[in-house]
Design a protein around this ligand. Structure first.
Ligand code: FES
Ligand code: FES
Length: 163
């Protein structure tokens, strides 16, 4: 079957088997391997992308279901001016990753959270990432990374209003 969707702002299409999962369409058909595939049980969350602006585990969505919709992956987080998104910077500043396998999904959830809640508490961050597993960090540095991004963005907003 034919599918078409907008991925990271670009119209894409492909000829696929109806059973193909979105995670495999992104990785194998579009070469967007930033989205990771970490389990067969819908538990790990390494595959989180946005579907019409909402985080979804792309291993639980058929590519056919996403057809006609808008998808954003971790490759789409980078800003138009080439700058890293503040959540990406936060993860590098605060050592929010070790092996990095969970990181794409964590970044997508982090960006989604800060877009809705610019000053989340530790508990709110932990709630937001509760569907995602990190085998390495113990989560403390992930929470710290997201708080770093929140503080960075707050400072930029303050600077912009002072201008
Ligand atoms: Fe593990 Fe999707 S690959 S939840
Ligand atoms: Fe290794 Fe999270 S950094 S799984």
């Amino acid at each position: 079957m034919q599918v078409s969707m907008i991925v990271n702002g670009e119209q894409v299409s492909g000829e696929i088997e109806p059973r193909l999962l979105l995670v495999h369409f992104l990785r194998d058909h579009l070469g967007l391997t930033g989205t990771h595939w970490g389990c067969d049980t819908s538990n790990c969350g390494a595959c989180v992308v946005w579907l019409d602006g909402e985080p979804v585990k792309s291993c639980t969505v058929l590519a056919a279901t996403a057809s006609g919709h808008e998808v954003r992956t971790v490759e789409g987080l980078e800003r138009e001016d080439g700058e890293l998104d503040p959540v990406q910077r936060g993860f590098t500043e605060c050592h929010g990753l070790q092996c990095g396998f969970c990181t794409p999904g964590m970044l997508m959830t982090a960006r989604w959270l800060l877009d809705r809640n610019p000053d989340p508490t530790d508990a709110e961050i932990r709630e937001a990432i509760s569907g995602q597993i990190c085998r390495c960090t113990g989560y403390a540095t992930i929470v710290r990374s997201i708080k770093w991004a929140a503080a960075y963005e707050a400072a930029r907003r303050e600077a912009a209003t002072a201008d």
